[in-house]
Write a protein that binds this ligand. Sequence first.
Ligand SMILES: C[S@@+](CC[C@H](N)C(=O)[O-])C[C@H]1O[C@@H](n2cnc3c(N)ncnc32)[C@H](O)[C@@H]1O
Length: 276
Amino acid sequence: MLDISDGEFVVLRDLIRERFGIWYDDQKRFLLLSRLSTRLAKRGFETYDAYVRFLRFDSRREEEWSDLASALSNNETYFFRERAQLKALAAHILDEFLKRSSRVRLWSSACSSGEEPYSLAMTLLETGKITDAMLSIRATDISSRVLELADKGFYRALSFRATEPAMIQKWFHPQGDGFVIDDRIKRLVSFARLNLLEAQRVAAEGPFDAIFCRNVLIYFDKPTQKRVVESFAKALRPGGYLFLGHAESLFHLTDLYEPIVGPDAIVYRLKAAVPA
Ligand SMILES: C[S@@+](CC[C@H](N)C(=O)[O-])C[C@H]1O[C@@H](n2cnc3c(N)ncnc32)[C@H](O)[C@@H]1O
């Protein structure tokens, strides 16, 4: 691995914290360097100093920041992940939305390669309570690379590790060594690139009935987690829901939401509307 001076390490980790809210203390120096070294190798840099200059000044810097975000978090995802939450959505929460309006808008806010938003679309259509015209799903991620995959809608076995075969048969078509998502599901989802730390853009995406922000807060430091979940409050309808990953929680973070504890899943409901 390339040598890094203490000064270069501090500059890079501060830039990363400012941009993504991901904090690497001295103990995580090796972890950060191993992830950065992949990016340096991909771009052909031989010094950290040159890489920092690229991140700061090069005209292609946004593209690199996006790839760096992916390298630092990881894009691990699969269809019907944390199914208990999806069941709660289909069984009860959807009824609350439908009482309020005949149109339902959901947001998968760190959607990776698309398995999460497509799972939401399949789950809701499967209930029979909602038609295609009543549902729209926004799906965003900071990484353009995963968004390209999401838009292709082509998946291999690993993405289906928690998918019932009947669902694959119904909603996918075999293609080469994998499956492509049916157009009926694809049409319900619109993808875009968005950094969750950009609070104004987050607020402007709303209003949503529910926001899914699963398995990404764990990479942020506490102040950033707080900032992100509080900005979601401005993108949710009154009484809207926030879904987090099972290792994530709002405990000691914010009191804008109340936890709704079900038999297998915890979800959060916005207490009152927050002005945008
Ligand atoms: C582990 S995946 C989670 C995917 C999906 N939500 C799930 O639970 O299966 C984390 C995703 O968060 C994205 N991400 C990381 N930082 C982000 C940020 N600041 N804004 C938006 N997305 C971000 C990564 O690019 C990655 O695709």
